[in-house]
Design a protein around this ligand. Structure first.
Ligand code: GLA
Length: 390
């Protein structure tokens, strides 16, 4: 169910069923795929996500008694009720920690956010590397922003959502997913500088170019909180320190050989630095191709990005590698894992006519390897977070 009008109606009805009253509005925030620029966001680098049509919808109404009630359709455990005074960082508190963390982060930042009833429905696949958490956080942030008439800029909502995830939920993610959910626009990829959140909407009209972007959910469920992500992040920070820069973003591509030679001989450090510096360069090349009206030319950059994530950054897995390999062999223009890795989804850029044979080849390759069948769907860049009703 990705039709927003239907989604809003359904969400308001579900709110009524749980809380016995009408919501004051409904707000949607999308999942995302990242076209290119992976594991660059916590290095102050460049990313290029686009919003999926899949959204999380928050129906909400304010309360005057300082109580926050949270309910997610499909999540076990029913309604969670908390008093605002009792909000404390709560890793392992399950799904409710994400919206509770957003309320906490907004209040910590001095915004006058009071109690509320919130109800969530979502079509963003969970644990598929498509940013279901950021969609939940940003839907919450936008709903509260609107309910309280705060008028906070989108980038600020993204920062508050990231703070919720870092400091309240305890996941050391970067800022890409929250900014994608808050700032993307339909028909465009978001070229984002994660150092200062300046961004540009780059037209990416797949249909007009007779192209398709396929998302391949491997069904291998990933978790960012399990240490491997934090380890990569810490390695990048050590690399930046060793090179005397604020972040790896500050190493120009042209200086990569000298930078690699100057690193201490710590295992894996060179490979981590090489990935980040080359990946930033690939984002810039991708933007240049799209600006010049050459979308097919980004294919090899996507595939090169995957090789770098697989071999240098080492965040891929056999299912993602197989998806990229099988898509390439069946005639895709390019393919790569997207998101944090260790499972989740790959994306595949294909000519319209090749979408079907490539999809079939992917299903065959997964079946032959004995993997769970992937879920494959086309992505068209959708809008970012927005109020749906009234
Ligand atoms: C996850 C994180 C993002 C980003 C990507 C990798 O999606 O939430 O901040 O680091 O991994 O690019």
């Amino acid at each position: 169910m990705t039709d927003p009008a239907h989604g809003a109606q359904h969400s308001a009805a579900a709110f009524h069923a749980v809380y016995g009253a009408e919501p004051h509005g409904t707000w949607a925030a999308p999942g995302r795929v990242n076209l290119i620029g992976e594991h660059t966001d916590y290095n102050d680098g460049f990313v290029m996500p686009l919003a999926l049509p899949h959204t999380t919808i928050a129906a909400a109404a304010p309360r005057t008694d300082g109580v926050l009630r949270l309910h997610s359709a499909g999540a076990p455990g029913g309604t969670v009720a908390l008093h605002l005074d009792d909000l404390r960082p709560a890793p392992d508190a399950g799904w409710a920690a994400y919206p509770a963390g957003v309320v906490w982060a907004m209040r910590e930042a001095g915004h006058p956010v009071g109690g509320a009833d919130l109800h969530f429905t979502s079509t963003v696949p969970l644990g598929a590397g498509l940013s279901s958490s950021a969609a939940l956080e940003v839907a919450t942030a936008l709903a509260l922003d609107d309910l309280h008439g705060l008028g906070l800029p989108r980038a600020e909502l993204a920062r508050l959502a990231q703070r919720a995830e870092n400091a309240f939920v305890g996941v050391p993610c970067g800022i890409m997913d929250q900014t994608a959910a808050a700032c993307c626009t339909a028909g465009h990829a978001l070229f984002l500088d994660t150092r200062d959140l300046t961004h540009r909407h780059v037209p990416f009209d797949l249909g007009a170019q007779r192209l398709r972007l396929l998302v391949v959910d491997t069904r291998v469920r990933h978790r960012l909180g399990d240490g491997a992500y934090a380890k990569r992040r810490a390695g990048c920070e050590r690399g930046a320190r060793a090179l005397g820069v604020r972040a790896l973003r500050d190493i120009p591509y042209a200086h990569l050989p000298e930078a690699l030679a100057a690193l201490p001989p710590e295992p894996d450090l060179r490979a981590l630095v090489r990935h980040v510096v080359t990946e930033n360069h690939r984002v810039e090349q991708t933007v240049a191709h799209l600006d010049a009206g050459r979308p097919r030319a980004i294919g090899p950059l996507l595939t090169a990005g995957h090789a770098s994530l697989r071999d240098d950054f080492r965040v891929s897995c056999p299912e993602l590698d197989l998806a990229v390999e099988a898509a390439g062999a069946a005639g895709a223009l390019g393919a790569r894992m997207t998101g944090g890795g260790f499972g989740g989804s790959a994306l595949v850029l294909v000519d319209e006519d090749a979408a079907r044979p490539v999809t079939e080849a992917l299903h065959t390759a997964f079946a032959t390897a004995g993997h769970t069948p992937p879920r494959i769907f086309p992505a068209v860049p959708g809008p970012g977070a927005r109020r749906l009703t009234p």
